[in-house]
Design a protein around this ligand. Structure first.
Ligand SMILES: C[C@@]1(CC(=O)O)c2cc3[nH]c(cc4nc(cc5[nH]c(cc(n2)[C@H]1CCC(=O)O)[C@@](C)(CC(=O)O)[C@@H]5CCC(=O)O)C(CC(=O)O)=C4CCC(=O)O)c(CCC(=O)O)c3CC(=O)O
Ligand SMILES: NC(=O)C1=CN([C@@H]2O[C@H](COP(=O)(O)OP(=O)(O)OC[C@H]3O[C@@H](n4cnc5c(N)ncnc54)[C@H](O)[C@@H]3O)[C@@H](O)[C@H]2O)C=CC1
Length: 211
């Protein structure tokens, strides 16, 4: 299995069904600027608002064979399993990649639980075993790694300084291996970034004063 971050700008995405599961996934595709069409007699208020503001197209009707499934991605999120199955087959005949919210074994791709904390991003899969566990681990990661996300801007500056001071990749690798290890990560998680920053700054200063 390959896990990857896809660029979806301009890609066509058709969503059948408009409940909370569809709403969650629409938000993800929309954030990547995909072109989204939803077909569903009823939708959540979030989906309705997106349609009203022209960010997505909503056809307020049940699925029928006349629905255009020529798309890059088709998300099946109705509560009718038989329908999901039937549409999955038709969508694949048009070459679309299919996700079915109700059947893990009939998905060409699946959604991870994703956590964004500033520039820090995690994607969690459980091999399709327990989405509930994914959700719980997501909460745990959010709490645990918030301090790491918070120091990324300061870290960016330090990394730039090291890059300027040490001309070769090998020297930079050695620097980071020497001064940033498991112990320092544990300190950052523990809220002791200032101490780690001091160590790194001292190390950088000592390179500066070398002849
Ligand atoms: C295989 C996969 C395919 C896919 O849908 O892409 C799939 C399938 C199914 N989910 C089901 C149920 C639930 N799903 C959630 C929640 C999430 N489900 C997500 C992903 C995935 N769900 C893919 C696997 C990813 C992996 O490898 O872990 C998350 C991570 C991402 C997202 O949905 O955006 C999101 C976490 C949200 C977050 O980020 O917080 C909850 C909990 C809740 O909502 O609180 C429940 C109820 C409790 C439970 O069952 O655990 C059912 C049974 C339906 C039924 O019983 O009818 C199926 C069908 C089946 O298993 O066959
Ligand atoms: N993968 C996941 O993360 C999860 C998957 N599920 C599964 O996904 C399904 C959808 O979940 P929810 O959004 O919570 O369900 P929901 O019942 O709130 O929404 C279903 C949507 O499908 C629409 N719909 C029904 N018949 C239709 C038709 N013939 N044509 C077009 N649209 C139709 C409804 O109008 C509604 O908008 C659940 O039935 C369950 O099997 C449930 C929870 C999480």
């Amino acid at each position: 299995m390959i896990t990857m971050a896809l660029r979806l700008a301009g890609k066509r995405c058709v969503v059948i069904g408009g409940g909370p599961v569809a709403a969650r996934r629409i938000a993800l595709f929309l954030a990547e600027q995909a072109k989204i069409t939803v077909v569903s007699p009823r939708v959540t208020p979030e989906i309705e608002a997106l349609a009203n503001s022209g960010q997505i197209i909503w056809h307020p009707q049940p699925y029928s064979e006349t629905v255009d499934l020529e798309a890059d991605f088709v998300l099946l999120a109705t509560s009718d399993s038989q329908l999901n199955e039937q549409v999955a087959q038709r969508a694949r005949s048009f070459g679309a990649l299919v996700n079915r919210a109700d059947n893990r074994d009939d998905c060409d791709f699946t959604f991870p639980a994703s956590v964004d904390i500033g520039d820090l991003q995690f994607a969690i899969f459980t091999g399709r075993v327990s989405p509930r566990l994914s959700r719980l681990m997501k909460q745990d990661l959010l709490k645990r790694y918030k301090p790491v996300a918070d120091i990324l801007p300061a870290f960016k500056k330090l990394r730039r300084e090291v890059r300027q001071l040490l001309p070769t990749p090998a020297e930079r690798e050695t620097f980071w291996q020497t001064y940033l290890g498991e112990e320092q990560l544990a300190m950052i998680i523990d809220g002791k970034w200032k101490r780690v920053e001091e160590i790194l700054n001292n190390a950088i200063s000592s390179i500066r004063i070398k002849p």
